[in-house]
Ligand binder design. Structure first.
Ligand code: PEP
Ligand code: MG
Length: 294
C-alpha cells in the first residue's frame, strides 16, 4: 500500500476524465516545508502565519516576517504559496495582544477583526508579505470574513501599504488576494465576494463550527459533530458555483478537504483545489486520479 502511494509521486493531479485539480499542503511553520516537498504537494494552500506570533513576548517585526516569508517562497521555488494573514484569538491566544477574557472567544475579537481594528499590526504583516512576494509565487488570503465591507477595508489598507512602499522606493509585488470562506455569512454572500477577490479557500473547520453551532474545541459535542452534514456540503457547492460564475477558483483548506470519503463529491462539485496535511497529499491524489464523472 505504501509502495502504491509512492507511485503517486511525480504524477499529475488529474481526474480520470481529464480535469486538472490543484493539490496543495497546509503548514504551520517554515520547517514543515520539507514534508510538503517530500510528499510532492504542488504548492502550499494554507500557510498559517500564527507561528510568527505564538510563543513570543512581543510582536514579530516586519524584518522577521519578511525573512520567514521570503525563505518559504524560495524553498518552494516558484510553486504557489498561499499565506493566511494572522488568525490570532479564539483558540490561539497570545499575551502581548492583550485580548482579555471573552465569554465566546470563537465569536469574538479574532483574526481579521483584530487586523481591521489595529491596522498597525496588519500593515506590518502586509508590508512584509508584499516585499517577500518578489521572491516567488505568493498569494495572500484573509481569514474570518463576514462582509464585503471588510474586504473593502482590507483593500484600502493594502493600498496604503503600496503607496508607502512606492514612496519609499522599496521593491514589492502585488500577490493574488483571496478570502477564506469559513462563516455562513461569507457563504451566503459568496456571489458578491467572488466579484472582489481572486479566489476562495473554504475553511471547513470554522465553517462547520459556526454552521452547526458546535464549538470545535468541546469534546463533549463530538457525538453531535457531523463533518458530512448536508448543510456543509450544500454550502461548499454554492461557494464553488458562485466562484465559477465570476471566473474565480475555489478550494478547500479545512480538514474536510482530506476526507477520502468526500473526494468524489468534491470533484463532482467542481472544486478546483484541495489543500491538505502533507501526509495526506498522495492519498488524495490517488483518489482524484481514480475519479470520473461517468
Ligand atoms: C478552517 O477554519 O477550516 C481553517 C482551515 O483554519 P483554522 O483551522 O486555522 O481555523
Ligand atoms: Mg479557520
Amino acid at each position: 500500500k505504501q509502495q502504491l502511494l509512492q507511485q503517486m509521486k511525480g504524477q499529475e493531479t488529474v481526474t480520470k476524465d481529464g480535469r486538472q485539480v490543484h493539490l496543495y499542503a497546509n503548514i504551520g511553520s517554515v520547517s514543515d516545508i520539507a514534508s510538503v516537498l517530500d510528499n510532492d504537494a504542488e504548492g502550499i494552500g494554507l500557510f498559517r502565519s500564527e507561528f510568527l506570533y505564538l510563543g513570543k513576548t512581543d510582536f514579530p517585526t516586519e524584518e522577521e516576517q519578511f525573512n520567514a516569508y521570503k525563505q518559504a517562497l524560495q524553498l518552494m521555488a516558484g510553486k504557489k504559496v498561499i499565506i493566511r494573514t494572522l488568525d490570532i484569538g479564539a483558540d490561539k491566544q497570545v499575551d502581548y495582544f492583550n485580548l482579555g477574557q471573552e465569554d465566546n472567544p470563537a465569536m469574538g475579537y479574532r483574526a481579521i477583526r483584530i487586523c481591521l481594528k489595529q491596522p498597525e499590526i496588519f500593515k506590518t504583516q502586509l508590508r512584509a508579505l508584499l516585499r517577500a512576494a518578489v521572491y516567488g509565487n505568493l498569494s495572500v488570503m484573509y481569514p474570518m470574513i463576514t462582509s464585503t465591507e471588510e474586504v473593502e477595508q482590507i483593500f484600502a489598507i493594502v493600498e496604503e501599504v503600496r503607496a508607502e512602499l512606492d514612496a519609499a522606493g522599496i521593491p514589492y509585488k502585488m500577490p493574488e488576494q483571496g478570502v477564506m470562506i469559513e462563516t455562513p455569512a461569507a457563504v451566503m454572500i459568496s456571489d458578491e465576494l467572488a466579484e472582489m477577490v481572486d479566489f476562495f479557500s473554504i475553511g471547513t473547520n470554522d465553517l462547520t463550527q459556526y454552521t452547526l453551532a458546535i464549538d470545535r474545541q468541546n469534546a463533549k459535542l463530538d457525538d453531535f459533530y457531523n463533518a458530512h452534514h448536508k448543510a456543509i456540503l450544500r454550502m461548499i457547492r454554492m461557494v464553488v458555483e458562485n466562484a465559477h460564475k465570476c471566473g474565480k477558483w475555489a478550494g478547500i483548506c479545512g480538514e474536510l478537504g482530506a476526507d477520502l470519503e468526500l473526494t468524489d463529491a468534491f470533484m463532482e462539485m467542481g472544486v478546483d483545489e484541495l489543500s491538505v496535511a502533507p501526509s495526506m497529499v498522495l492519498k488524495v491524489r490517488k483518489n482524484i486520479r481514480e475519479y470520473t464523472a461517468n
